[in-house]
Design a protein around this ligand. Structure first.
Ligand code: ATP
Ligand code: MG
Length: 289
């Protein structure tokens, strides 16, 4: 079954109701073997497109991953980008901001890490945390010293959405292509993955008490995601809601969407001029001698 990127894209101006977006879809593979084959094909295609992207040096690509704990962000990044030349790709994981970062506006720490032209930048969490976890826990803003008391009305968050949309529009105008993935996990699947993290000793490190505290806020997170996806999915920097209950399926969907983005860039290797060709031939003669 062919994966169609647009089935997962949030059209600009849509009011997102996450209950209507599936967390599981019929997979594009019939067996584990077929999954591995499909993923390998995607990875190979991505690897050659990335080499071309690097050589063409015209655009930058920023890929943002968001999702609830255990949604599979790390695994998706690891598997999908496994064939990409590490020189052309950088991954940043955004945790609680440092004291220095808090002295700046909320976009500052991300703008310092934007990808250069010819590169791929991956954000594992991002400035979107500032309208997600911070919206669910507005007391964070007070502890950061930004406001005296938690903002009661929506204006504060709408202004942050506007800052984000403006930043992404600016990036697009200046040659950076931005895509954003929300790995859409069901609450029940999160429960199963948490249990695995507790039951399997090698996964214990991935689990913390904070994860359970955040799980209790699930409905508030869903509301924050809905408001955020509705306000910040634009034609130039779209959100994709990826059904994440099946990790393999999610990885195939993510890799297909990234492939489609690269194909849309219509890149080509820099052309060799006649003069340059002559120059290369002259050097060649010397080397052969
Ligand atoms: P995993 O899914 O494996 O648990 P993770 O991305 O949750 O990985 P953690 O180290 O568990 O990594 O958590 C990072 C935490 O930092 C998250 O709870 C996230 O909400 C929080 N965080 C990120 N950015 C901000 C921010 N700007 N303000 C407050 N908290 C933030
Ligand atoms: Mg976590």
């Amino acid at each position: 079954m062919k994966i169609s990127s647009k089935d997962f894209r949030v059209p600009a101006g849509t009011q997102v109701s996450l209950g209507k977006w599936p967390t599981r879809v019929p997979p594009a593979y019939k067996s584990k073997k077929e999954y591995r084959k499909l993923l390998a094909t995607h990875i190979e295609a991505l690897s050659s497109l990335q080499a071309l992207h690097y050589a063409a040096d015209r655009r930058a690509v920023l890929i943002i991953f968001q999702g609830m704990d255990a949604a599979g962000k790390d695994g998706a990044i690891r598997h999908v980008m496994s064939g990409v030349n590490p020189q052309g790709c950088e991954v940043f994981s955004f945790k609680q901001p440092s004291a220095e970062e808090l002295q700046h506006d909320f976009l500052w720490r991300s703008t310092c890490r934007l990808p250069e032209r010819g590169r791929i930048g991956i954000f594992n969490r991002s400035y979107y945390e500032d309208v997600l976890v911070v919206r669910v826990h507005p007391e964070i803003l007070v502890s950061q010293g930004l406001v005296a008391k938690a903002p009661a009305e929506n204006t504060f968050w709408e202004e942050r959405y506007r800052s984000i949309v403006d930043l992404e529009a600016h990036l697009h105008r200046n040659g950076t292509r931005v895509i954003k993935f929300f790995l859409h996990l069901s609450r029940d699947e999160q429960r199963k993955r948490f249990l695995e993290r507790i039951d399997e000793p090698d996964k214990n490190w991935k689990f913390g008490a904070a994860d359970i505290a955040e799980r209790k806020c699930w409905p508030l997170y869903m509301q924050a995601y809905e408001a955020c996806l509705s306000a910040t999915s634009t034609a130039d920097a779209p959100w994709y809601v990826v059904p994440a209950d099946d990790k393999q399926s999610a990885r195939l969907i993510v890799s297909q969407i990234i492939l489609d983005l690269f194909k849309d860039l219509k890149m080509s290797y820099p052309k060799t001029t006649t003069e340059r060709h002559r120059e290369l031939q002259a050097i060649r003669k010397q080397l052969v001698k």
